[in-house]
Design a protein around this ligand. Sequence first.
Ligand code: SDX
Length: 391
Amino acid sequence: QTGYITYDPGLANTGSCQSSITFINGEAGVLRYRGYAIEDLVAHSSFVEVSYLLIYGELPTRAQLEQFQDRLTHHSLLHEDMKKFFEGYPPSAHPMSVLSAMVASLSTYYPDSTDPEITELNMIRLLAKLKTIAAFSYKKSIGQPYIYPRNDLSYTADFLHMMFAVPSEPYEVPPLFEKVLDVLLILHADHEQNCSTSTVRMVGSSGADLFAAISAGISALSGPLHGGANQAVIQMLEAIHQDGGNYQKYLAKAKDPNDPFRLMGFGHRVYKNFDPRARLIKKLVDQVFNEMGVHDPLLEIAKKLEEAALQDEYFIERKLYPNIDFYSGILYRAMGIPTNMYTVLFAMGRLPGWIAQWKEMREDPHTRIYRPRQIYQGATHRPYRPLDERE
Ligand code: SDX
C-alpha cells in the first residue's frame, strides 16, 4: 500500500468492473455464461444461440433465435469498397493485424450513434461480418478469389465454405468440421475480464465506438501469452517433433529460470485447476481423430508433454495446467485451418463476449473512464541543464 494507491501488477487482484455475463471459479475449474455451465452449452447449444445468450442475457425463444440468425445472415456482406483495403496488404501480413484494421474501418461505414437501435444493429453487423473479413483475409493471403457468404448455410458452415470453397467447383462443408468448429467457437465465446476483454472495456470507457474497442481487443488477443498461444503451441509441438520428439528437453527449458521459454498452452492467471475448456477440447480431439481415422504426431507429443508436466513438481507447485490453447490448435490442424488463422478463430469465438462486455460497460451508469495510477520510481525534481553543460 502506498497512500491510497494499491500496487497490483497485471491487475491480478483488482475487480475492474461489476458484470453479470461470465462466472469463473478458478480453484474449482468452473465456467458459466449467464449462469449456464459451459458443459451444458457445448452439449446442447450452438454458437449463434450462445452469442444471443451472452449479448441479451437469456436463452432465445425459437422466434428470437430465428430472427437473430436471419439478421446475422442478411448482414454478412462487406461493403464492396472494403475489398480495396485487402489489396493494400502483402500476402505476408498476419491475419490478426488485417482483422484489427478492417474492424476499425467499419466505423467509416457504420458510424456510432446514441440511437440504441443503431447501436444494436452495429453489434449485429460486426458479428455477421467478422467471419467474412476473416475468410477474405485468408483468401487474399493465398491469392485465391474471395468466396461470398451464402444465406443457406449456418454461421459456422458459411465461414468454412468461405475459407475452403473455390469458384471452379462445388464445395461441401464436412458436417464433422461444422460441428467441431461450432463447439470451439462456443468454448472461446467469453471469459470475464481477460486481457483482451479488459482492453475492449478500457477503450470503450473513453466513449470510443464499438468497432474501435473491438479492434483494440483483437490487437490485445494477438499476443503469444494470450490468444496467440494457440498458434505458439503448434509451433512448439512442431519444434519438438523436428527435434526427434524430445519433449523432456522442452519441459526442462520451461522450468529453467534462465530460459525465457514457456510451455505454451500451460498455466492460467485464474484457473489453478484444469481449464474446463481444455478438458472439453481434449475429449473432442479424441472423438474427431477416431471419427476421421487419422493420426497426428503432434497430438502424441502433446499428450506426453501434458502427462509429464502434470507429474512434475515445478508445474504442480505452481498449479500449472493445460489451458484452452493447448489442444485447440490440434483440432484446427485436423480441419485444415492454417496456423496463422488460429488466433483469428479465437477472435471469432470471443467476439460475442467482447460485444456483450462492451454493451454492459456502455449501459452501466457507474462506468467511468479507465484511468489507473502508478507507483512513481523516476527521478526527483531536478533543474534544467543547458546543452553546452552536458558532456
Ligand atoms: C488465454 O485470462 C484469460 O482468461 C485468458 C484466456 C481467455 O479465455 O481469455 O483463458 C485465454 O490467454 C490462455 C493463456 C494462454 N497463454 C499461454 O498458454 C502462454 C503460457 N502461459 C503463461 O505465459 C502464463 O501461464 C499466463 C500468461 C497464462 C499466466 O501468467 P501469470 O498469471 O502472470 O503467471 P506468471 O507468469 O506469474 O507465472 C507464475 C509462475 C512463474 O514462475 P515463478 O516466477 O513463480 O518461478 O509460473 C511460471 C512462471 O515462470 N509459469 C510457467 C508457465 N506459466 C507460468 N512456466 C513455464 N511454462 C508456463 N506456461
